[in-house]
Structure formats: C-alpha cells, structure tokens
Write a protein of this length. Structure first.
Ligand code: NAP
Ligand code: MN
Length: 270
C-alpha cells in the first residue's frame, strides 16, 4: 500500500501530517507521493480539490481519503483525532471504494484546431465581469435559449453543495449520474427570457454554450480561474472518468448535508 499525502499549510494540518507520517511508517505503510494507491488529504474540501487536480492523470488507480482540520467537509470524513484509526484502515485495506461522477468540459477556441479538455470535481463556471454575458444555450446540439446575465455554473452532484447551491441550484445525491446547469443572475424582463431555473442533464445528453461575444470571460474549473479570449464554444457532459474514494466507513449523504448546512442552528421547536 503506497500512500500519498496532500495538505494545506495551516499549523494544524502541518502538525497532523507529521503525526500521520510517523504513525503510517510505524505501521509499515509506504509513503509515495509519485505513484500512490491512496491519497490522504489533510485540510478542507479545497485541499481535496487540489489533490484531485494533482492526481487527475491517475484517477483510475488512486482512491482519496479526506481528513478535515477545519469544519466538516463534503469530501472529508475523518477527524484530526482519528489518525490511528485511519492508519489501521489503510493497513487492513481491501480496496473498499465508492466513486462519484465528474464533469467533462471541452472548450473550442478561435484559431485553435483541437479543443481543450478539462475535468472538474465540483463545477465549472463561465462568467463575464465587464458587462453582460450573452450566450446561446444548446442541449444535444439543439438551440434552447439565449442567456443574458453574469454567467453560468455547471456542476457535478458532489459539487452541487458548493457554488451551485449559492446560485440556487438543487443539491443532488451523488449516486445520480448527471450534471446541473444553474444561472448566475440572469436578466429576465419583457424582452429577454431564460428558463430561470436550474436544469439537470443525464449522461447521454450534453450541453453547449456559445458566447455571442468572445472577449472578457473568466472560466473556472473548481478552484482554478483563467481569463479567456477567443472562446467559440464550451461543451459539458458527464465525464467517462470518475473519482474514487477509499470508503472505510460510510457517512450518509443527507446526514452530511444536514451537518454541513443546518447543524446546531436547527430549530426543532418550530
Ligand atoms: P474556498 O473559497 O475555500 O471555498 C468556498 C467554500 O466552499 C469553502 O467553505 C469550501 O470548503 C467549500 N466547498 C468546496 N467544495 C465544496 C463542496 N463540494 N460542497 C460544499 N462546500 C464546498 O475555495 P476552495 O476551498 O478552493 O474551493 C473552491 C470551491 O469553492 C469551488 O469549486 C466552488 O464550489 C466554491 N465556491 C463557492 C462560491 C460561492 O458559493 N459563491 C464562490 C466561489 C467558489 P473548505 O473550507 O473546506 O475548503
Ligand atoms: Mn477552501
């Protein structure tokens, strides 16, 4: 069993990584960041996102495990005081795993032959900051609507609790293989009209956005941002690749959602 470690640089995470390394080596595990079987992340959901992109070329062989050193995360099940137990689970590993859907983004640029491909774990957004983004939306290559507004957020089921939720998208159970498109501040009046509600697209369909102007866009893939010129077309589908997690124990998705968003503020007496 080769174990890779990715962490953020908070004091707590750094100390925990030190403890994890020592415990893992004592238990006979091999630490290998180049060619790991399991990648342990220490930090938050953002740390897991970074690890996902770092090991995107090894998705078929790598399983992830998240330890959180801040608040409970959506990708991070293990607590800071459970290092010993985690190491024992790694030692006894029988390949337990669960996998979740990813988002495939393909971008066609003016003057470039080949489209660029990106893989997102949470979501991809396209936004225009200096003016209204105008783009045509196609589903399965058929024209659906002309969108005017700040941008669009296209997310995975596990990403549905991230940015997507902030822009009014639905929380989707990650056993559902689908992608979701949610509007970011669409303009709707007597002249301009969009559906104005999120849409959920199945695996055998795809979504295409064609910006009407090609300048001034920001494209995000999870935590990564780039300024874009010359975008002709963006297409989104549920990716063939999936992310695998080492599932040594199971937290029910809706329990996680409740703990992440409702928690102690819950009012039972209303
Ligand atoms: P960040 O600014 O730390 O992320 C914002 C918050 O989103 C953090 O609390 C982060 O948790 C949490 N988060 C990340 N993935 C999540 C998920 N799948 N479900 C629920 N919460 C999630 O930046 P980051 O850590 O690099 O994460 C990038 C992500 O932040 C993006 O993929 C996007 O989903 C989200 N985001 C949200 C907004 C918004 O809601 N307006 C704007 C930009 C980005 P941790 O603190 O544990 O990292
Ligand atoms: Mn973060």
């Amino acid at each position: 069993m080769r174990v890779g470690i990715v962490s953020n640089d908070s004091e707590k995470s750094v100390a925990l990584v030190k403890q994890f390394r020592e415990t893992a080596l004592q238990a006979g595990l091999t630490l290998d960041n180049k060619n790991p079987d399991v990648v342990v992340t220490v930090g938050g959901d953002g740390t897991l996102l970074s690890a996902f992109h770092r090991y995107a070329h090894l998705l078929n062989q790598v399983r992830f495990v998240g330890v959180h050193t801040g608040h409970l995360g959506f990708y991070t099940d293990w607590r800071d005081y459970e290092i010993e137990e985690l190491v024992q689970s790694l030692v006894r590993d029988k390949g337990e795993s669960v996998s979740y859907p990813l988002l495939d983004v393909s971008a066609i640029y003016q003057g470039r032959k080949e489209p660029a491909h990106f893989l997102a774990l949470n979501e991809s957004t396209i936004k225009r900051l200096d003016g209204t983004m105008v783009c045509d939306v196609y589903i399965k290559d058929e024209f659906f609507e002309r969108f005017r507004g700040d941008g669009m957020c296209i997310s995975t089921p596990t990403g549905s609790t991230g940015y997507n939720k902030s822009v009014g998208g639905a929380v989707i159970h990650p056993r559902i293989n689908a992608l979701q498109i949610a509007e970011i501040a669409s303009i709707n009046n007597r002249v301009f009209r969009t559906l104005s509600s999120p849409m959920i697209i199945p695996t055998d369909e795809w979504l295409t956005l064609r910006p009407v102007t090609s300048e001034g866009f920001v494209l995000t893939i999870d935590h990564l941002t780039s300024s874009e010129k010359n975008i002709v077309e963006l297409s989104y589908r549920v990716a063939k690749e999936r992310i695998h997690f080492a599932r040594y124990r199971h937290t029910h998705f809706w329990n996680r959602v409740e703990a992440g968003f409702i928690g102690a503020n819950k009012q039972n007496d209303l």
